[in-house]
Design a protein around this ligand. Structure first.
Ligand code: T3D
Length: 265
């Protein structure tokens, strides 16, 4: 029997989702799409979940779409627009919209959709041995999963074009130096540090963090006036949260805040 394509571990206040098809470098097949969708929906519904860690089993983070599923038995290719509508686009939207931080621990190669799913996470940590590959042009496709949107915004148009047009692998150290990811860590430290970050988020003001995620996303499209209005509305919402009241009390009482992350006041 084939192993579960996605493993979910519940920790105190956060969940770990592991893409689990190591022999295929965690490439997405239909079952993995379904299971990941379910795991993300369950995490979102769990009001005790205040962070999510996404990683891969074995030597890779994710090699993107399982290309073997994209050939018909008689060797023909498929038209792909629907696959993005059905799976990848909702996945990227969900990762961006989850009401808590999503940390990607990129433990090895992240290629194709795998690279851009990592970039869709809020904080990307990578093992020093990891690489990011916009592999699409090698097989006659274009970067999807938001790649054409994330890359120029994160690293500028020249580097975005270089990576997308050549499909050259980008080592993790360089990805950090270019501002594509948050941090590169020694391989043996990656998972411990990723867990530590999630534990940090389990004690954070989750409502405010969700509002920060949204405001930073919208800033990419807004002019300053629109963004100032958005900040006003988001600040209003943040100030209604119990964690804001707790943060203020704790500051004045010179103690550490005990944030609950309660989503609805
Ligand atoms: O279709 C749609 O729904 C549209 C959306 C598309 C999104 C996409 O992600 S398109 C891009 C798909 N991904 C790729 O093109 C990457 C393909 N893989 C590679 O280029 C290389 O495998 C890597 C650079 C990721 C790693 O290279 P390396 O040398 O470390 O490993 P390897 O030997 O190439 O791969 C190891 C095994 O994993 C191998 O299987 P085998 O021969 O041992 O049985 C290889 O076939 C398998 N594998 C790797 N990537 C995929 C894969 N199997 C299926 N699909 C893959 N994407």
């Amino acid at each position: 029997m084939e192993e579960a394509p996605v493993l979910v571990e519940r920790r105190a206040g956060y969940r770990v989702i592991t893409l689990n098809r190591p022999r295929q470098l965690n490439a997405f097949n239909e079952a993995m799409h379904q299971e990941l969708k379910r795991a993300l929906a369950e995490a979102e519904e769990d009001t005790d979940c205040r962070a999510l860690l996404l990683t891969g089993a074995g030597r890779a983070f994710c090699a993107g779409q399982d290309l073997r599923e994209r050939m018909t038995p008689d060797g023909k290719t498929m038209v792909l627009g629907d696959a993005l509508d059905t799976h990848y686009n909702p996945l990227v939207r969900k990762l961006r919209a989850l009401p808590f931080p999503v940390v990607a621990a990129v433990n090895g190669v992240a290629a194709g959709a795998g690279a851009n799913i990592a970039l869709a996470c809020d904080i990307v940590l990578a093992a020093r041995s990891a690489t990011f590959v916009q592999a699409f042009a090698k097989i006659g496709l274009i970067p999807d999963c938001g790649g054409t949107w994330f890359l120029p915004r994160l690293i500028g148009p020249a580097r975005a074009r270089g990576l997308a047009l050549t499909a050259e692998p980008l080592p993790a150290d360089k990805a950090e130096a270019w501002g594509l990811i948050w941090k590169t860590l020694d391989d043996l430290e990656l998972m411990a540090q990723a867990h530590q970050l999630c534990v940090h988020f389990t004690a954070a003001p989750t409502v405010a963090l969700a509002l920060i995620k949204r405001a930073l996303d919208e800033a990419w499209a807004n002019d300053l006036d629109t963004q100032l209005d958005l900040e006003r509305e988001s600040q209003r919402e943040a100030s209604l949260s119990p964690d804001y009241a707790e943060g203020m009390r704790a500051f004045l009482q010179k103690r550490s805040p005990a944030f609950t992350g309660r989503r609805v006041p």
